[in-house]
Design a protein around this ligand. Structure first.
Ligand SMILES: Nc1nc2c(ncn2[C@@H]2O[C@H](COP(=O)(O)OP(=O)(O)OP(=O)(O)O)[C@@H](O)[C@H]2O)c(=O)[nH]1
Ligand SMILES: [Mg+2]
Length: 300
């Protein structure tokens, strides 16, 4: 008889924008699946990150930051992606930034209180705390925000305390065999990851509101003799934005293409030929049917 307990379950990573949810998932997986940046609202989709170990498979769900203020179809899509996941998981990691508690965190608490799922408070960015003696009072203060099943301080960026976090997570998962093949690390296609890598470079490079006015779409993704040929469109909302994305003598677009290609070659372990086109589609981010055609169609 086989008496080894196998465990497997879904763990949602939620919180307001910019607290480090995607950084945390990538660090736990040891691979960059989800894009990150200093700007808020970097993640727009739910992205699975699957970690398989002996007798244990944890399926993390990275989500867009739950936010207040935006009113476009894109804002609604992102908030929906972050909240509907709560119904379908075994455990929630509520990620907060130790240095900043905001109205948007309060909003997340309100959402979480409506669900019956265990919530673990993950207090991130502890490396940024200037005075170490502030740690315990901060933890005590944040622990009171709602009923948490566990509270744990971490630094996602530096990888501090992530082993303890993962040990705690395992307690909350049901007994079950693995739901995904051991070698599978995400539910997303290489096509999707390629379009996200380009979007990451745009998020990081462009200023102010521009990152929110654009999206990326892969038009061609084909393999020929050890070389991947990828052609992508960067959709913006206005002609003036197109000019900025291209830059003087095409410099901005060239830079973005170069850094995206380097990341893609690392990710796909092949040489990549990347072509980028910038096109205008007015009002795409407030138009649900256009958004669906551009790949924002994966949630109920
Ligand atoms: N100092 C420090 N910075 C961190 C840590 N974790 C994440 N960051 C930084 O915080 C910023 C936001 O990180 P993300 O992982 O993109 O945050 P997110 O919560 O996924 O953000 P959205 O996708 O916009 O909701 C990035 O600049 C990260 O490098 C940490 O532990 N310490
Ligand atoms: Mg993110």
């Amino acid at each position: 008889m086989n008496d080894i307990t196998e465990k497997c379950g879904f763990v949602a990573i939620v919180g307001r924008p910019n607290v480090g949810k995607s950084t945390l998932m990538n660090k736990i997986l040891g691979q960059k699946i989800s894009i990150t940046s200093r700007k808020r609202q970097t993640t727009r989709h739910r992205i699975l990150g699957i970690k398989s170990e002996q007798n244990l498979q944890v399926i993390y769900v990275d989500t867009p930051g739950m936010h207040l203020g935006g009113k476009t179809a894109m804002n609604r899509y992102m908030n929906r992606a972050a909240t509907t996941v709560l119904r379908d998981v075994d455990l929630v990691l509520f990620v907060v930034d130790i240095s900043k508690w905001t109205k948007e965190d309060e909003n997340v608490v309100r959402r979480l209180k409506r669900e019956h799922v265990p919530v673990m408070l993950v207090i991130n960015k502890v490396d940024q705390l200037k005075q170490k003696e502030q740690l315990l009072p901060k933890i005590a203060e944040l622990s009171n925000k709602m009923e948490f099943t566990e509270v744990i301080p971490v630094s996602a960026k530096r990888g501090n305390n992530l082993d303890s976090l993962q040990n705690l997570i395992a307690h909350y998962l049901p007994e079950s065999g693995p739901l995904f093949p051991e070698e599978q690390i995400t539910d997303k296609s290489e096509r999707f990851i390629a379009s996200e890598i380009i979007r990451e470079k745009l998020m990081r490079r462009l200023q102010q509101e521009l990152p929110y006015a654009l999206t990326t779409e892969i038009e061609r993704f084909s393999s020929e003799k050890d070389m991947l040929h990828i052609a992508a469109v960067i959709w913006v909302e206005r002609e003036t934005q197109k000019k900025i994305v291209i830059g003087k003598n095409g410099e901005v677009l060239k830079d973005i293409g170069r850094s995206a290609r380097i990341d893609m070659e690392k990710m796909f372990e092949r040489k990549v030929h990347l072509e980028l086109w910038v096109k205008v589609k007015e009002g795409w981010s407030d138009n649900e049917s256009l958004m669906k055609r551009m790949g924002y169609d994966d949630i109920d």
